[in-house]
Write a protein that binds this ligand. Structure first.
Ligand code: EPU
Length: 416
């Protein structure tokens, strides 16, 4: 398996282009199952997870064609309602085909995704919501089997704010008879992006981006051409890297309006951040101030940026507290960061970080995407060489991360 090698100690300088958002691309590509005809998606990131969803859609009978960052999907040939274990186990977000398959074929058989490194991650709320829309749900042999004679609009209250749960229910409800109201819906920019894509297909969704989403069902949808929004987590990762290395980095083609919490917290650490349209300039200088964070659903501080921010705090000037409220086991990076010299104590869902003057390079690995990204960040400032193993996780969610860092002047390369 590939490794990424980083030699620390260089301040990042220059410009980096932010790719399309993984977590917007996955549901939007899945929504292609809702209609016949060719949908065209631009600015699709080149990632392992995007490969996985394309394979899955093809497995369901869709024709998928990729040219550069444009993906065309025609689901006229949709003929298979089963998402098998082998495809779903590679990527939990495969569960996003459940809503569209049920809406379109009135039946779906999707492998239960199971837990993963960061937590148990049940899909009970997806299933409760689909049942409220009139689906019969059975769990057999590790699969969710959902059938419906007809989906009917319903009032659905989500006990926990769930991103893919909100997305699945939106995609099921767009073709249901009558009105669906999702309460306590997720408000992430990726939800808004999916709702916009669906509305351009002819759906009638209102309130996306607020906690109450109303969906008036329509009889059918038509194909669209949409561009995937910029990846706010990739952008946040590069912003932290600039601050951490005391560098000066310009992020282009990003969406500063989606990065409110990150920008606010980074400014408190002392980083200078200037915004100019879709461009963000970040300059890190002097001492890094300690800042507490608590992860929350959007617009709170994103759990997907917690590990990266922890690296910054591990070399800050004092004590900071990071509280993870979304996933029960999202401190996988801590033991690896400690091996690199960080001073971190975990108690329940909180981590107390005492800033140290420097980190030291080491062989490391992590079993989660964002944890792996945090180890690259740690490598950028560590003394000597850091070897990040199991690069597979990084390739799931960051497009050419080592090339982007190398262009900013980092000493980083991939070893096959
Ligand atoms: N939850 C339930 N029941 C459900 C669904 C969720 O209890 O039916 C709980 C989860 O266990 C978790 C919380 O609700 O404690 C929030 O989970 P959510 O469903 O929002 O997470 P997700 O939809 O599975 C998406 C992103 C994640 C991101 C989270 C939180 C995609 C494809 N994935 O996951 O992204 O961390 O929202 O923002 O959109 C990543 O990109 O690295 C990543 C993990």
């Amino acid at each position: 398996m590939d490794k990424i090698i980083v030699e620390g100690g260089r301040a990042l300088q220059g410009q980096v282009k932010i790719s399309g958002a993984k977590n917007a691309a996955l549901p939007i590509l899945a929504s292609s199952l809702l209609t016949d005809g060719t949908n065209t998606y631009a600015n699709v990131p080149d990632l392992k997870d995007v490969e996985s969803i394309k394979l899955l859609l093809a497995h369901h009978g869709a024709r998928v064609e990729t040219v550069g960052d444009t993906v065309r999907i025609d689901a006229s040939g949709l003929n298979n309602h089963e998402a098998p274990y082998d495809l779903v186990r590679k990527m939990r977000a495969s569960v996003l085909v459940l809503g569209p398959l049920l809406a379109r074929l009135k039946k779906a058989r999707v492998s239960l995704p199971g837990g993963c490194a960061i937590g148990a991650r049940p899909i009970n709320l997806h299933l409760k919501g689909l049942a409220a829309l009139g689906a019969r749900i059975e769990l057999n042999h590790g699969y969710v089997e959902a059938t419906a004679d007809e989906l009917r609009g319903a009032e659905i209250y989500l006990d926990t704010v769930t991103v893919t749960g909100t997305e699945n229910l939106m995609m099921a409800a767009v073709l249901a008879r009558g009105v669906t109201v999702l309460r306590n819906a997720a408000r992430e920019p990726e939800i808004v992006a999916l709702a916009e894509a669906l509305n351009r297909m002819g759906a009638a969704i209102e309130g996306a981006g607020t906690s109450v989403v109303t969906i008036q069902g329509v009889p059918c949808l038509h194909p669209v051409a949409v561009s995937i929004i910029p990846d706010r987590i990739e952008a946040g990762t590069f912003m932290v890297a600039a601050a951490l290395t005391r560098g000066k980095v310009t992020l282009v083609d990003c969406a500063p309006e989606h990065l409110g919490a990150c920008i606010h917290k980074l400014r408190l650490t002392g980083a200078e951040i200037n915004i100019d349209g879709q461009t963000i300039h970040v300059e890190g200088r002097g001492r890094i101030a300690s800042v507490d964070i608590k992860t929350q659903p959007y617009p709170g501080f994103p759990t997907d940026m917690q590990a990266q921010f922890m690296v910054l705090m591990s070399v800050a000037s004092g004590l900071s507290l990071i509280c993870e409220t979304i996933f029960e086991n999202r401190f996988i990076h801590v033991s690896e960061l400690k091996r690199m010299g960080a001073d971190i104590q975990i108690s329940g869902n909180s981590a107390m970080i005492k800033g140290v003057p420097s980190l030291s390079g080491a062989p490391v690995m992590a079993t989660d995407l964002r944890a792996s990204a945090s180890l690259i960040l740690a490598g950028l400032i560590a003394d000597g060489q850091t070897v990040v193993n199991r690069v597979y996780h990084l390739d799931r969610g960051y497009q050419s991360i080592e090339k982007k860092f190398a262009r900013l002047g980092a000493a980083i390369w991939r070893q096959k």
